[in-house]
Design a protein around this ligand. Sequence first.
Ligand code: NAP
Length: 314
Amino acid sequence: MTNENHRQLIIVGSGPAGFTAAIYAARANLAPMLISGMKLYGQPSKTATIENYPGFPNGVEGPELGRLFEEQARAFGAEVVYDAVEKIDLSQKPYQVHTYGGVFSADALILAMGTEYNKLGVPGEKELEGRGISNCATCDGYFTKDKNVHVVGGGDAAIEEAIFLTRFADSVTVIHRRDALRASAILEERARTNPKIKFIWNSVVEEIKGENAVEALVLKNVKTDELSTIPSQGLFVYIGQKPTTEIVGQQLATDDKGYIIIDENMETSVPQVYAAGDVADPHYRQIVTAAGMGAAAAISATRFLETLMVNSAK
Ligand code: NAP
């Protein structure tokens, strides 16, 4: 491998954690390389309007916030590579990062790969993926124009996106497995007072039916076990997320849900491999907390790399 493929610091992931780490590391003159992954800007790219990120009193569109993060990181000298990482080898130093476009090495890594949406795992889901089943209302909302669609889940993501879908759809019915929402009070109130939003409580989707598009849902009432079939013209699934850690496999310690375990310096079980954002956060998973974790990881990496530079100059 040539030296031009070596970096002091490589950041994997382009969400709020990754780009904030890039801003901090670039300002520390580390010339970090950020590898975007397949989901440029991570979770914000799938969020229509973000109202709880400080500094934007009127809210900001998710993709626009991601674009601003990138602009700021680039302005300080971060190198942004639009590629996906296939695997990371942590068995040797420098660490090896294999992308589709090449192999890079780094003295330190910040892992910020975020999470991916859980699937329902019911008949019809795989077959109709992209044909009426989605977990990106921001991307697919327009296709729900004048339709009657359904959202599964009771958390912030489900309720926020249900509200967004009412811009296009005739009606949006939220199907939730309990009779109380998990979403924040402000979102709940907005949903409950939105005339286009209805709720089906204590119910889960058992099957999704349709030839080339979603046509009907088979629901089970979890209290009575009663099955019913309802017409549907689109299904948006927001039933939580799982950390995206396939590219590191078993090389790092994770908790029982797969979140990367980090210490107070954001360092993982492998020295100089740091993790930030949702991939290492089973608790908060907010844009602002992800950004904070990215900053902390970059500061820790900088401290280590400065020590390395001082020692190698001796
Ligand atoms: P979440 O908070 O974990 O909610 C997942 C929802 O899906 C829950 O209501 C859960 O039901 C339901 N669920 C889970 N498995 C299910 C299954 N197999 N079948 C049917 N329903 C199922 O996930 P999220 O909404 O994606 O949010 C993730 C994190 O991002 C949270 O920390 C959230 O606060 C944050 N977030 C924040 C905002 C915002 O601040 N505006 C927006 C989006 C996300 P139960 O309630 O019964 O467990």
